[in-house]
Design a protein around this ligand. Sequence first.
Ligand SMILES: NC(=O)c1ccc[n+]([C@@H]2O[C@H](COP(=O)([O-])OP(=O)(O)OC[C@H]3O[C@@H](n4cnc5c(N)ncnc54)[C@H](O)[C@@H]3O)[C@@H](O)[C@H]2O)c1
Ligand SMILES: [Zn+2]
Length: 359
Amino acid sequence: MHHIGKNNIKYFMSTIFYHDNGWKQLSDTIVEKSYSSVFVLVDQNTKSHCLSHFDQHFSHPYTLLTMDAGEANKHIETCEHLWSSLSEQGADRNSLLLNLGGGVVTDLGGFVACTYKRGIDFINIPTSLLAMVDASVGGKTGVDFQGLKNQIGIIREPAFVVIDDSFLTTLPSNEFRSGYAEMLKHGLIADADYFLDLATEQLDVVNSPISNHIRHSVEIKRKVVSEDPYEKGLRKILNYGHTLGHAIETHFLNHPAAQHLLHGEAIAIGMVMEAELSYRTTNLSIEERDQIKAVFSSIFDSISFDDSDRSAIKALLKHDKKNESSEIRFVLLKAIGSAVIDCLVSEEDIDAAFRFYAD
Ligand SMILES: NC(=O)c1ccc[n+]([C@@H]2O[C@H](COP(=O)([O-])OP(=O)(O)OC[C@H]3O[C@@H](n4cnc5c(N)ncnc54)[C@H](O)[C@@H]3O)[C@@H](O)[C@H]2O)c1
Ligand SMILES: [Zn+2]
């Protein structure tokens, strides 16, 4: 593990509260802080599936703000609309925003809260698996811009996070898989046993110990972020699968006529392809490379890329904001459970990674 920024000003990391403890913390905070007004941001789906459960646990009056669901709405016009609503409804510096939804709601709602009147308090109540284990932890907020993911945003922690996995009962199974991909990633970069547990248990909200796994993933992410909140080094390991994955996600987002890929589905492909890059660059064993592919293909459908997809995705890689110069740097694996940052790979390796995925 790298040791970075010993002299950095200590980064505040929000506490994550679970279940009843979380709801109690929420009620107590509202009383303690005497907020001037409380707003709750939902999208249409979390409005119909999550709001009634929320209302059972939250008795304070609030104003509901609704946005259209989905990544395609994670843009600045949605923020403008919400800034207007906040303003029209008299939100002031002492108002509170609760983000009740998946990663789109928590990323965008967080950004709206950070920028409205130079910043009001916000609390994340993630309702998708992906938002629970990933998006609501670590303070990254923001929106997509000019076809590029998360181009505009800010790092700022919510006041705290409330995780209640009973929201997951209404989550569509493809969305569940999408979050599961991030959990598998946590195993790949930091904990081989965890990866194997997840690989064998698979995808069963009712019967698998998903609550424990959620906590474990949150702890892995928190540990990494607390050591390197501004992504100077170590935090980059969370981007395993994301360099290619983001390019693939962006490509399909920009071509709505093509198949629709969720974030986790795209990074699942990225993780398989980057296993091949790891085999070629950081000596990941052939057995582990193949195991990674086998695990992901047992969970995710295979996607096919034609020549024009491949060249568009390669062009997008060059835009990835994580690439400091024109070089493309990857987070790769030395072994399952152990990641290396800032690895350079050649275009030939990337072509090989596409072939490995397609085989
Ligand atoms: N900030 C970060 O560190 C970070 C990390 C990972 C991902 N992200 C971002 O998170 C986003 C992806 O998050 P996501 O997958 O949660 O997307 P999302 O917010 O679009 O949620 C997925 C879908 O599930 C619906 N939904 C959510 N909870 C539900 C529930 N309980 N029941 C029924 N439907 C429900 C939503 O309405 C949406 O249609 C991306 O924009 C990604 O960039 C951010
Ligand atoms: Zn991700």
